[in-house]
Design a protein around this ligand. Structure first.
Ligand SMILES: Nc1nc2c(c(=O)[nH]1)N[C@H]1C(S)=C(S)[C@@H](COP(=O)(O)OP(=O)(O)OC[C@H]3O[C@@H](n4cnc5c(=O)[nH]c(N)nc54)[C@H](O)[C@@H]3O)O[C@H]1N2
Ligand SMILES: Nc1nc2c(c(=O)[nH]1)N[C@H]1C(S)=C(S)[C@@H](COP(=O)(O)OP(=O)(O)OC[C@H]3O[C@@H](n4cnc5c(=O)[nH]c(N)nc54)[C@H](O)[C@@H]3O)O[C@H]1N2
Ligand code: SF4
Ligand SMILES: [Mo]
Length: 748
């Protein structure tokens, strides 16, 4: 077990390695671990200043300490011991986060699109000029069409500063790919069933679970910190892990059961698990009776969904379906059928998430130790400002076809930008902040058409990512290590807050999002919404309201609070009202029925690959976050390109060798810009190929990431939209191999 733990829990190995600069574990991060300076190697004995921060490499937001030497070099980043998001240990990406700061390819000055000799290019501009241009364009759009026609597409911390600006300006046209391209379906599915969305971090009580079921969620490669730590502990404590994945993932390698499901058939498996639990009377009867709504309808609904029925669809043996269902029941209620996270797969994703939620309901795991705990967070008071104007329409109206969506739908905002697509809600301007849309949202052709139609587009980023190439104005934000930012307050077992303060001066001419928002606000005549000189004042005021202070938070970084909302788990027989229309866990949803959708999940077959084509499967690289870290000098050292996982049988049929470069062509004739090296492995089913998401950058300014590997998003041209919440199902694309360079005559 110890051995497997060491390979699995990369977080403790590398994270703890960060504590001592000379450990071999740190060397695993490569020589670029610390900031490269002209002064040569860093000196570990120097006096180091410690600054509180929370990580922005992904959205787990682990609190950390950044150490800066006397020469203003950030030397290392270490997890904050009192942070429940990380328990003092960062994942390798978080440890390597200093590379975001040290990367010399960073955006350095504001840029304005211009035409020189008939060719479009960027010229450097001062902040004053760039921000005046942004404000004047935003004003123009407001005067001509209304502020609603200016959209904010965002991800991560910069988003909240811009949201404030947008609300003051009069636009609620906001969306982020972390909803309709990521978590949306599970939030809607769990919301419909339990009345509460899952949220981030997920309230999964993994540390005390006896059985963890992962359905296309690969914790261990998906490096969300405390989930990985807790899963590792659960494994050590003898928990049963059941992994349903067409690929032999790291999690699968730690599992008692790896169910190598035929892609796109998960709902059939989930329904037959329900069948076994109900017809073998293994479900939690007391819990279901007390808290459930529509059990009888569900029982009737799943009557014919036997494991034999599911076998013919999923290729999972009936015996395995029964045994795994019994394992879950034996562990119940300390069992988690994990909601997953990136769940926009085949278009019926909200229903699949509903099926997962229902299964948890049958097992009685919601509100139970080792299942799902009742989460809590603490509210950060908002800094006083005049009331926001009320926009005439916003993200809800743009996505009105999907009344169950809880947030803006990025793809609908993109669509509404194309003339004629949404005449009532036309979008004319984009402010893009912290999202590399062209590598994030499929159907590049559609995005390009939308961008083409825009009156104005501004991108705020730290790096010259692909999306910046489409902008009229590019604004260089400084990295999270160089700025104050909003106080982190997320849900957890107990509420906590974390501070982010600058560990170093911003490099080049980069500036923080709060400053950029304030400047634009002032230029738009909205100065009263930005009644401070420095964001530090806002944070100090908020912290005082919360019973602490900036001085205290600078010393401790993280403050934990006691729960106020009551116990984390239900007590036996407790009366409890769920926030659903019936006050119960809704196995049967009247709401879905009234909206014309199936009130209980049904299995619908999805397209399978044609002869010679393979399903394009993709997922997380353990050492990277999406497309954002591929150029990071520290992390690029660990993984600089993606490979294409190909089953040996397929390699034989197609005549492919390990390490051979291939180009991929999808069902719509789209060809990968760059080749990708084949990795022949039994770890992927024969009907699919697999690659890490985020690679294949085509911006030459990303000196380390350019032309390394293939871009999965580029090959996703066919999407299936979830009729319940508008999410983008991305996993119905198929590729074939091209062994000759198809781009030979094309300059890239
Ligand atoms: N094909 C495919 N598409 C996917 C996915 C997939 O697996 N495959 N995953 C989906 C999921 S789950 C998600 S959540 C989304 C994520 O989608 P995105 O959030 O768009 O992810 P990235 O591509 O990493 O883009 C992040 C951008 O933010 C910039 N950035 C980083 N730090 C900062 C900062 O401090 N300030 C500013 N202003 N910018 C910063 C980076 O340079 C980068 O350009 O993608 C979705 N799309
Ligand atoms: N290292 C790292 N960790 C991250 C991130 C990161 O960028 N890097 N991003 C974070 C974010 S925002 C998110 S949303 C999560 C995403 O993490 P997860 O939700 O865990 O999802 P994916 O990375 O999309 O993993 C996809 C898995 O689904 C499997 N799969 C593909 N098709 C099917 C199918 O039809 N059925 C089943 N059962 N399985 C299938 C794939 O083989 C793969 O193992 O990761 C988070 N953690
Ligand atoms: S999980 Fe890793 S990358 Fe994400 S916030 Fe935590 S340390 Fe940073
Ligand atoms: Mo995500």
């Amino acid at each position: 077990m110890n051995n497997s733990r060491r390979t699995f829990i990369k977080i403790s190995a590398l994270g703890a390695g960060g504590l001592a600069l000379t450990t071999p574990a740190l060397n695993a991060l490569g020589n670029n671990f610390s900031v490269k300076t002209e002064k040569g190697l860093i000196n570990a004995t120097k006096n180091l200043k410690r600054s509180a921060t929370y990580c922005e490499v992904c959205f787990w937001k682990c609190a950390a300490w950044a150490y800066t030497d006397e020469d203003n070099n950030i030397q290392k980043i270490i997890g904050n011991e009192s942070d429940p998001h990380c328990n003092g240990r960062l994942c390798p990406r978080g440890t390597g986060g200093v590379g975001m700061y040290s990367d010399n390819d960073r955006l350095k000055t504001p840029l304005i699109r211009t035409t020189v000799d008939g060719e479009e290019t960027f010229r450097e501009a001062s902040w004053e000029e760039a921000l005046t241009l942004v404000a004047s364009k935003m004003q123009e759009i407001k005067d001509k069409y209304g502020a609603e026609s200016m959209a904010l597409l965002k991800h991560g911390s910069p988003g909240s500063h811009l949201e404030h600006l947008f609300q003051a300006y009069g636009s609620d046209t906001v969306a982020e790919p972390a909803y309709a391209q990521c978590r949306g379906p599970r939030e809607t599915g769990f919301g419909l069933t339990f009345g509460s969305w899952v949220g981030s971090p997920e309230p999964t009580d993994i540390r005390d679970t006896k059985c963890l079921v992962l359905i296309g969620s690969h914790i261990g490669e998906n490096m969300h910190n405390t989930q990985v730590q807790e899963m590792s502990d659960a494994i050590d404590n003898g928990a049963t892990i059941i992994t349903v994945d067409p690929r032999f993932s790291t999690a699968a390698s730690k599992s008692q059961y790896w169910l190598a499901i035929k892609p796109a058939t998960d709902i059939a498996l989930l329904l037959s698990w329900m069948h076994v639990l109900i017809y073998e009377e293994l479900y939690d009867k007391k819990y279901v009776e007390k808290y459930g709504h529509g059990f009888d309808q569900l029982k009737e609904h799943v009557r014919t969904f036997t494991p034999e029925w599911a076998y013919s669809i999923t290729t999972i043996k009936p015996d395995d379906i029964r045994r795994t269902a019994r394992s879950m029941a034996a562990a119940a209620p300390s069992v988690i059928v994990h909601p997953g996270r990136h769940v926009t797969w085949y278009g019926d994703d909200t229903q699949r998430s509903r099926a997962i939620a229902i299964l948890n309901g049958l097992l009685g795991s919601w509100g139970r130790r080792g299942g799902f705990y009742f989460k809590e967070s603490i509210k950060v008071p908002s800094f006083p400002h005049p009331p926001y104007p009320t926009p005439k329409w916003g993200w809800e109206q743009i996505g009105e076809k999907y009344p169950l969506a809880q947030m803006g739908i990025t793809n609908e905002v993109i669509k509404a930008t194309i003339p004629g697509e949404n005449e009532e809600h036309p979008i004319k301007g984009w402010f893009v902040a912290g999202t590399n849309l062209v590598s994030t949202v499929p159907q590049r052709e559609v995005i390009e058409k939308a961008i083409e139609s825009l009156d104005f587009m501004v991108v705020m980023d730290t790096m010259p990512m692909e999306i910046t190439g489409y902008a009229d104005v590019v604004l260089p934000e400084c990295t999270y290590l160089e700025r104050y930012d909003g106080i982190r307050s997320s849900t957890n077992r107990e509420p906590s807050i974390a501070l982010r303060m600058p560990a170093a001066e911003p490099r080049f001419e980069s500036k923080p999002a709060w400053w950029i928002s304030k400047q634009i606000g002032e230029k738009l005549g909205l100065g009263e919404y930005f009644n401070y000189n420095d964001y530090k004042e806002v944070i100090a005021w908020q912290l005082e309201q919360m019973g602490t202070s900036l001085e205290e938070m600078e010393k401790i970084g993280v403050k934990n609070f006691k729960r106020k909302s009551g116990p984390m788990y239900l007590t036996d027989g407790q009366d409890y009202e769920f926030t659903t229309p019936t006050g119960k866990i809704e196995f049967y949803s009247e709401k879905l029925k009234s909206l014309g959708h199936d009130p209980m999940p049904v299995y619908t077959p999805h397209e399978q690959p044609a002869q010679g084509f393979y399903r394009l499967n993709y997922g997380r690289s353990p050492m990277h976050t999406f497309s954002r870290t591929i150029n990071n000098p520290n992390l690029n050292d660990l993984k600089d390109e993606n490979n294409l996982w190909v089953n040996p049988k397929v390699a034989r049929i197609e005549g492919l060798k390990n390490g051979q470069e291939v180009w991929l062509e999808n069902q719509d004739g789209i060809i990968s810009t760059f080749p990708i090296k084949v990795r022949v492995t039994e770890r992927i089913r024969w009907d699919s190929v697999y690659m890490y998401h985020g690679f294949g950058h085509n911006n030459k300014k990303l000196s380390r990431a350019y032309a390394k590997g293939a871009n999965d998003t580029h090959l996703i041209t066919k999407v299936t939209i979830d009729p319940l919440m508008g999410g983008t199902g991305m996993r119905g694309n198929f590729v074939k191999f091209l062994t000759e360079n198809p781009n030979k005559n094309t300059a890239i």
